[in-house]
Design a binder for this molecule. Structure first.
Ligand code: AMP
Length: 576
């Protein structure tokens, strides 16, 4: 294992990083630092966040600055304001003992005037988000003609966020002789395109294996009915009393809803998403960073750039459609030599995603059963007892009160006091879990009967549409279900009453507000036609192929389904 000195790092920077607690270079640093110092080739570094990549490019970049020449010599592009500030802060730390080096973070959402003033005074290193930099270029307040080193950090994320054209634009203002260093956690095709377009015979360095998740992260999944996802989340959080976690949701709305519910249920949680103002986001992030918040419920985009090293658990409240996002999420735990756990709470239809992600990260997920109530109580209890053992007693503060407290409790035995203390803390939790129904696990492959996501409103109980029909049969959807008081025999009678000729009916799946039934393929068009334009009470009947239903469910087609059958007056509609 090499030292920073052996890598060619100057004593001033060695001193600064030693003070930061860096004893030895991390692998990405050993690979990148000497190469960048030698300035021989462009470099592509496949490295996850948390591998020490900021110092890998930050240290040589600082070392290569000619402080006497007060023009931008290095440009670092990154996707978010938070990351921009983080990088600029880290570089400032590494250059504590390098005199007169000027580093400027340039990002949207803060005063452009003060950035322009600083630029006028002269800077050596610019750390920028693309939008604001382009703004400054257009105002001709920044000149990039002397930039000899360009770093593209979290390149995959920049493309995800739609910065591709901005990057093109910025690169056109740099001299051709500049060297380029690209960091990315993953290597999608779009990044390969960039590297072909802008890099000269780049050298590729892979820290860990390509597209592999961080080594020290365990991946678990819990499979539940969609309606039980929130209850499952609570159980998981309860099972890990010392969790310091991020819960990822797909949409801003879902993020806020989950955070609200957790807060209502007494958890130390808050939301982070794009509907909040910058000031609100800053507040939540700083609360979380300072450990004044245990659970951050976030969207992927809003959590970008939140750089926290000791996240213990990532919880995926459902899996993302873009599997690479999963690697970003799980890369937020297990950092800086610590171990971490990435948990996915999924419903049966997402099992396929687990397999795909396993291929991408080259690691297996462990399937777990939700912890039972008594186990959770036991875990919490022992954690509490552990805290009692370890709590720092502030003798000076309580000394005055102790004699009267001892007198008051004198009549109790030690065992009684312990029992009472524990009951005080735990009666509510124990009661909750005594009354809570166990959450049953859905059978794999069965995806019928899914209800609303948080155990609430009627939800997507239409999943049965994706079942394959028997050979020679077509599977049809009809918008009547158990809620309408029908049973299979009634449904068969209903069909045969309205379709000319005898129709053999195969499998029937009755769901809450609609159903599926199978008829011989050749008869399906006739059955569908027979119900066209038919009303039952005031409600228009819909009968069509189940695959169409499935497509609608996947959002390929916008579709409305009636929610109540036979109801008079205003019709309720649920949009999917
Ligand atoms: P990064 O991948 O740049 O986000 O770095 C992850 C974390 O590792 C940061 O908190 C760094 O301060 C820390 N770090 C970076 N290099 C080293 C090192 N050589 N030794 C110990 N910690 C480091």
């Amino acid at each position: 294992m090499s030292t920073f000195q052996e890598l060619g790092v100057i004593p001033e920077i060695q001193r600064a990083v030693t003070e930061l607690g860096f004893e030895q270079p991390m692998p990405v640093q050993s690979e990148v630092i000497p190469r960048l110092l030698a300035h021989t080739r462009d470099i592509i570094a496949l490295a996850q966040t948390g591998t020490g990549k900021t110092a890998a490019f930050g240290i040589p970049v600082i070392q290569k600055i000619n402080v006497k020449q007060l023009t931008p010599q290095t440009l670092i592009l990154c996707p978010t304001r938070e990351l921009c500030l983080q990088i600029a802060g880290d570089l400032t730390d590494f250059s504590t003992y390098v005199e007169d080096i000027k580093i400027l973070p340039v990002y949207g959402g803060s005063s452009i005037d003060s950035q322009i003033r600083t630029l006028k005074r002269g800077v050596h290193i610019i750390v920028a988000t693309p939008g604001r930099l382009i703004d400054l270029i257009k105002r001709k307040t920044v000149s990039l003609g002397d930039v000899h080193t360009m770093v593209l950090d979290e390149a995959d994320e920049m493309l995800n966020m739609g910065f591709s054209e901005d990057i093109d634009e910025i690169l056109s203002h740099l001299p051709d002789s500049r060297s380029m260093l690209l960091f990315s956690a993953t290597m999608p095709k779009e990044i390969e395109k960039i590297t072909r377009k802008y890099m000269k015979e780049p050298m590729e360095i892979t820290i860990g294996r390509k597209n592999e998740g961080a080594e020290n992260v365990r991946h678990l999944y819990f499979m539940v009915h969609a309606r039980d996802k929130y209850l499952a989340l609570k159980r998981i959080v309860d099972y890990y009393p010392n969790i310091y976690g991020i819960i990822f949701c797909r949409t801003r709305k879902e993020t806020q809803e989950i955070a609200d519910k957790l807060m209502q249920d007494g958890y130390d949680a808050d939301a982070l998403h794009g509907d909040l103002s910058q000031a609100q986001r800053d507040y939540v992030m700083s609360k979380y960073r300072n450990h004044n918040l245990q659970l951050l419920v976030a969207t992927d985009v809003a959590a970008r750039g939140l750089d926290v090293d000791d996240v213990t658990h990532i919880i995926n409240f459902g899996l993302p459609d873009d599997y690479e996002i999963y690697t970003h999420r799980s890369g937020r735990t297990g950092r800086a030599g610590k171990t971490g756990t990435s948990i996915a709470i999924i419903h049966t239809k997402e099992k396929g995603k687990v397999t795909q992600i396993e291929k991408l990260i080259n690691k297996k997920f462990e399937k777990r059963e939700l912890p039972k109530g008594d186990l959770i109580c036991e875990k919490q209890l022992f954690n509490f007892v552990d805290k009692i053992e370890k709590v720092k007693v502030n003798e000076a503060e309580i000394e005055r009160l102790l004699p009267s407290i001892f007198r008051k409790l004198e009549w109790l035995e030690k065992e009684d006091i312990i029992k009472r203390m524990v009951s005080l803390e735990f009666n509510r939790l124990i009661e909750y879990y005594q009354q809570a129904e166990e959450i049953d696990e859905p059978k794999e492959g069965s995806s019928r009967g899914q209800k609303g996501e948080y155990g609430g409103k009627r939800g997507n109980d239409r999943d049965g549409g994706s079942r394959q029909p028997e050979k020679g049969y077509a599977r049809l959807f009809i918008n009547v279900g158990k809620m309408d008081g029908i049973n299979p025999a009634m449904l068969m009678g209903f069909i045969n009453d309205h379709v000319k000729g005898k129709v053999p009916i195969g499998r029937i799946d009755l769901l809450k507000s609609f159903s599926f039934f199978e008829v011989p393929e050749e008869l399906a068009p006739r059955v569908v036609k027979s119900f066209k334009g038919m009303y039952v009470d005031e409600r228009k009947l819909q009968v069509h192929l189940a695959q169409e239903e499935d497509q609608a469910a996947k959002g390929k087609k916008k579709k409305f389904y009636e929610n109540d059958f036979g109801g008079k007056g205003k019709k309720k509609k649920t949009r999917y």
